[in-house]
Write a protein that binds this ligand. Sequence first.
Ligand SMILES: [Zn+2]
Ligand SMILES: [Zn+2]
Length: 206
Amino acid sequence: MKGHFLKYYMDAIISIFRHPRALFMASINVLTINEEPKEKRDLVKIVDNAKSYFPSETWDDIYYIGKLILDHDVKITLSEDCLGAFLFEKLISRIKRIRDADDLMNVLLAVTPDPIVAQYHSFNGKSFVRTVYLVHDYVAENAGVVSFFKINDRSSSKVVAHGLGHNKGLRHHAVPIDLMHSELLRLQVLQVEGFCRVCLRKLAQD
Ligand SMILES: [Zn+2]
Ligand SMILES: [Zn+2]
């Protein structure tokens, strides 16, 4: 009987080493940036709702690690309002630095109600034109930023789920199949209010 137990135990050890990722699920560390005290919506709850779109074995826990108060990088004018915004490149490198200072394997997700903008320059034949656009989500291997600027709570959770989907290796769908649709914020009706079978299979393999 004792030998049997030992064998079982050995099998368990072997399977731990064979399936390391099945046992060590990634957790999500959430950091809020410039969350207003009067803010009605719960930014951490939004991330929690995003997690519920995934199979339960995809993510471990969500840890709220703190608030960051940051000065804006630029001023933008949007329908006659002048608002402070973050520059995407600057913000993401800042978040990556914070992430790298931590030895844990967790994904660091920074969420903010403020706008994040990115810019690119293009040549129109006569001169260089600067185009500025809003960034809502960007989640790389272990760090990401999500802006909830001008989007409601439901859409915010979907944007976070989309970003976390990228983190798990999911690619865009050109058509509105599910949350990985490239025009997620423009098109509200999806065939699947979550992840399609192809995405779920990919998540299971990961
Ligand atoms: Zn995307
Ligand atoms: Zn899909």
